[in-house]
Design a protein around this ligand. Structure first.
Ligand code: ADP
Ligand code: MG
Length: 253
C-alpha cells in the first residue's frame, strides 16, 4: 500500500490565534516503505500521523491509499503510551481489534499467541497492563497493531520512555515487522540511530508549518558490501541529521 499525502494543510484555532501546523504538505511513500520521521518537538509529526490514520481531519488536502483493494481500516495508529485498556489482560488487549471484527475467541487467541510467542510476551499473556514494563506495553501495542491486519502501520514514538535495552529490543521487533510483514510503516522517533537502522526512507522535518528539510533514501546503502564504508556513511548521515534538527530547534518561531 502506498500512502500519498496530497497538499495537506492543518490549522488549529487556539486562544490567541491560529496555529498553522501543516501547509500544502505533500509526500508519497513507496509500497511497503518504512519511513522514519524525525523533527523538532511540536512541529506536527503526531498531527500528520493522526490525519493519515483518519482520526483528525485535515483543513485542506487529502490522504490517498494506493494499492490492492482493502475493505477494512487501512491505517492503524499505535499510540505511544497508555494505548492499552487497563481492564483487559494482555491477550485480550492485543486481540481486541479481532474481537471487534467478530473473530471467534479461540481463533483470535490463536492468532495472538503466535505473535506473543514471536515477541516473547507469551509469559505475560494473562497479566494486566499495570503489571508490565514500558517495553512490554510497547510490544503489546505493536502486536495489537499487527493483529488488526491493516496494511499501513503508524507508530508515534514507539521508543518513548524506554530504557536503552528495551529500546534495542523494540528496534529488533520493529525490524522484524519490517522484514516479515508486507506493511507500509511510518514511524516517528527522536532517535537518529534507530531511524538509520530501521528506515528505508528518512524524512527530517523542520519547524511547523511542516516541511521536509531532508529526505534520505536508505535502500542503496543497505546493499553496500563494504562494512567500513557503510559505517562511515552512517556516521556522516547521523551528524548531518543531528545538525539539521539542532538548527531547526534553535530557530526562533
Ligand atoms: N487538538 C489540538 N488543538 C490545538 N492545537 C493542537 C492540537 N493538536 C496539536 N496542536 C498543536 O499543533 C502543533 C503540533 O503538534 P504535534 O503534532 O503534537 O507535534 P509533534 O508530534 O511534532 O511534537 C503544536 O503546536 C500543538 O500545540
Ligand atoms: Mg508527537
Amino acid at each position: 500500500m502506498k500512502i500519498i499525502c496530497d497538499k495537506i494543510s492543518k490549522n488549529f484555532t487556539v486562544p490567541g490565534g491560529v496555529v498553522r501546523v501543516l501547509e500544502d504538505f505533500s509526500f508519497e511513500t513507496q509500497a511497503q516503505d518504512f519511513v522514519c520521521i524525525l523533527g523538532p518537538n511540536g512541529c506536527g509529526k503526531s498531527t500528520l500521523l493522526k490525519i493519515i490514520a483518519g482520526i483528525v481531519a485535515p483543513s485542506a488536502g487529502r490522504v490517498v491509499f494506493e494499492g490492492p483493494a482493502y475493505a477494512g481500516v487501512r491505517a492503524t495508529l499505535i499510540f505511544p503510551e497508555d494505548g492499552l485498556f487497563p481492564w483487559l489482560n494482555v491477550r485480550d488487549n492485543v486481540s481486541f481489534g479481532l474481537e471487534m471484527k467478530g473473530v471467534p475467541v479461540l481463533e483470535r487467541y490463536e492468532l495472538a499467541r503466535k505473535l506473543m510467542e514471536d515477541m516473547e510476551l507469551m509469559k505475560f499473556a494473562l497479566c494486566y497492563p499495570h503489571q508490565l514494563s514500558s517495553g512490554m506495553k510497547q510490544k503489546a501495542s505493536l502486536i495489537r497493531g499487527l493483529l488488526t491486519d491493516a496494511p499501513v502501520i503508524l507508530m508515534d514514538e514507539p521508543d518513548k520512555s524506554l530504557d536503552i535495552n528495551s529500546k534495542r529490543i523494540m528496534c529488533e521487533d520493529i525490524c522484524r515487522v519490517r522484514d516479515e510483514y508486507r506493511k507500509t510503516v511510518i514511524c516517528v522517533t527522536h532517535d537518529v540511530d534507530m531511524a538509520l537502522r530501521m528506515a528505508k526512507t528518512i524524512l527530517v522535518f523542520g519547524r511547523s508549518p511542516v516541511a521536509v528539510v531532508k529526505k534520505i533514501d536508505m535502500r542503496p546503502f543497505s546493499e553496500m558490501s563494504d562494512k567500513q564504508e557503510y559505517c562511515f556513511l552512517l556516521e556522516k548521515l547521523r551528524g548531518e541529521i543531528q545538525g539539521i534538527i539542532r538548527q531547526e530547534v534553535e530557530k526562533v518561531p
